[in-house]
Design a protein. Structure first.
Length: 591
RNA sequence: AGGGCUGUCGUUCAAUUGGCAGGACGGCGGAUUCUGGUUCCGUUGAUCAAGGUUCGAGUCCUUGCAGCCCUGCCA
């Protein structure tokens, strides 16, 4: 393998191209430092996974670092439950952060930076009401008008801001604003709010503060303090970038005037020593993930949870990390998905089929195989002795013998899948029909001799005879058998509950709905199917919760992490079905 | 004339920065198979539009068109 060092590398996403360029020009001396900055106001979902894989992946690929930083500047929306779940999900996905910071950990420094902005004449306290501010902001085509408080003296602003902090003022009395340009075409620059009064208990700082910094003020400055080089966020923040730059640049300008810090020399020294102020961070935006058939907005996900459409954040139908985990998706499959979808700037919606492909591919390699009957019907082998039991040894994985094997008992009465029998089978149906010979997986060839029905016409029993010469599921004469079926010995099988999940929504795009409807009107009440009368082979009895496996011919499953109890109550979640070409044929024949 | 961003197979991401538009998923067809699974092979199919520059344009220029974001004291 010869690597041409200066051969242009193809297929890199635009962010990596930017980093390559920065490395060439020596912008950060080859340093790459990213961060994943969630607000702890909800659980992580697959859209966050894209951002996580990007930010942590960059750190990995460029020998850099990636911080976890909770963007916790709005105490009324945030909670420790969410920070705990975010940390757990991140670890489960397989990523290790270099440092775990909190925006709230910077409240002190941010406060003094705000004072600095005031001293620089770059910020002022505005006593207009929220409504007045909105009214004076202007419109898309017309400039805003200056606040009557815009020209207060520095000392006046300083006194007022300190009063805000002191806690004497009620919420909404006044606000600290950046003094930029009320006529800017970009609204973000029309004197944006920097600090607001909120008498609210913060999940980390308690009641230390009654003023909290706004996102734009906090984010860029936090990046700078941490020495972030590439601050990657989603497209809707493109308009915020000039404000991001204004905050960082204003601080850097302020740091060149140490005298402004006055009695706060300590803070100055701390700030000036941070790496980010010699090599400032820049913000880059990429398109957030959309997937067909689901919603990926925290607001909508929280609504599904709170209004009881799902059982919780980890309901296996949820596109949350915890939902996918409980459903049986592996971290590897999610990471693979995130790599395949790419990173770009155009809004796009990825087909859910790609995610399914990723799990199937991963699970095909790693999931041990078992037999289980979902919709059982009795199969009686009439020429098989009542008291006889065969024990067949079957490999746990067809392509990897390191998985070992397990013993599967066989007896006269078996459970088979109702859908594997047809009274009037068409030619393309390879399974059981009267007079047809099929293979019972790893056991015997059997020939159907007849079936019984009850008064309602339901098939109650299927009868067959077996060929003792085909023990193990093959014959010396090499006769061709088209169909192979799974089975479970009725005497030895264990009853289990199986939960089949399908799309939560009845529409491909729950984000755009008919007039007068909302996305919850498209929740599919049948998206969870609970099967309580399933029969599985005895080897499954002691399976640990969270274990992935395959029911041959049916799909990939995972022992539920909440309700499955080894040895007593078996509960299996269907991760996804196997690809089913018979279903396709049926569909074609139905047309 | 508000500002910002984006338009490439059905979907998604590429195209050595002006040099034969490629891969993945999906679809279709076939081979193999003790899972109608897996694997393997083949196939389908795209540069938003119109002009211009050029030997040569997805890429550069001009003019349109379409979509997304921006008037929170949310992030």
């Amino acid at each position: 393998m010869s690597n041409k060092v200066d051969a242009p590398e193809k297929g890199k996403d635009f962010i990596r191209q930017i980093i390559d360029k920065d490395n060439e020009t020596g912008k950060y001396q080859g340093r790459v430092h990213t961060r994943f900055p969630p607000e702890p106001n909800g659980y992580l979902h697959i859209g966050h996974a894209k951002s996580i894989c990007l930010n942590f992946g960059l750190a990995r690929d460029y020998n850099g670092k990636c911080n976890l930083r909770f963007d916790d500047t709005n105490p009324v929306k945030e909670d420790v439950e969410y920070v705990d779940s975010i940390r757990e999900d991140l670890r489960w996905l397989g990523f290790k952060w270099d440092d775990n910071f909190y925006a709230s950990g910077y409240f002190d420094k941010l406060y003094y930076i705000a004072e600095l902005f005031i001293k620089m004449g770059k910020a002022y306290v505005d006593h207009q009401s929220a409504d007045e501010i909105r009214g004076n902001r202007g419109t898309l085509k017309e400039p805003g008008t200056n606040s009557p408080y815009r020209d207060r003296t520095i000392q006046e602003n300083l006194d007022l801001f300190r009063a805000m902090r002191a806690g004497d003022l009620e919420d909404g009395t006044c606000i600290l604003r950046g003094k930029i340009d009320m006529a800017a075409a970009n609204f973000m620059l029309r004197d944006p709010a920097l600090y607001r009064i909120k008498h609210a208990e913060h999940h980390r700082t308690g009641d230390t503060w009654c003023i909290y910094p706004m996102y734009d003020f906090t984010h860029g400055l936090s990046d700078a303090m941490e020495g972030i080089t590439h601050s990657i966020c989603t497209l809707e923040f493109e308009n915020n970038r000039p404000l991001y730059d204004w905050c960082v640049n204003t601080l850097m300008e302020g740091l060149r005037q140490p005298e402004l810090f006055g009695e706060n020399a300590t803070i100055y020294n701390e700030l000036a020593a941070l790496p980010g102020f010699n090599e400032r961070p820049y913000q880059y935006e990429f398109a957030r993930l959309n997937i067909t058939g689901t919603v990926l907005s925290k607001r909508k996900l929280i609504q599904l949870v709170q209004e009881g459409y799902v059982s919780g954040w980890d309901d296996p139908r949820m596109p949350t990390i915890s939902g996918f985990r409980r459903r049986g998706y592996t971290p590897e499959s999610i990471r693979d998905f995130c790599e395949r979808i790419g990173v770009a700037k155009s809004n796009s919606t990825v087909e859910f089929a790609l995610l399914e492909h990723c799990v199937r591919q991963d699970l095909n390699e790693r999931a041990p195989r078992y037999l289980g009957v979902m919709d059982p019907v009795k199969l009686v082998i009439e020429n098989y002795p009542e008291d006889q039991v065969d024990e067949f040894t079957m490999p746990l994985h067809p392509e990897d013998e390191s998985y070992g094997e397990r013993a599967v008992p066989f007896s006269r009465e078996l459970w088979m899948e109702r859908a594997d029998f047809m009274e009037d089978p068409p030619k393309k149906f390879f399974r059981m029909g009267v007079g047809r010979e099929v293979r019972l997986r790893s056991a015997y060839y059997v020939t159907c001799t007849g079936f019984d029905k009850d008064a309602d016409g339901n098939i109650t029993k299927i009868r067959a005879t077996y060929d003792p010469e085909t023990k193990g599921g093959w014959s010396k004469d090499g006769r061709k058998i088209k169909g192979t079926m799974h089975w479970v010995s009725a005497r030895h099988g264990i009853q289990a509950e199986i939960r089949n999940y399908s799309n939560l929504f009845t529409t491909e795009n729950p984000n755009s709905v008919e007039e007068g409807k909302t996305f919850v009107d498209y929740v599919d009440p049948d998206s969870l199917e609970v099967l309580t009368n399933c029969w599985v082979e005895p080897a499954l009895a002691d399976m640990e919760p969270g274990t992935n496996f395959q029911f041959e011919r049916t799909g990939y499953f995972c022992a539920d992490t909440r309700d499955h109890q080894p040895g007593s109550k078996l509960v299996f979640n269907r991760t996804t079905t196997l690809r089913d070409s018979w279903a396709k044929i049926q569909k074609q024949m139905g047309k």
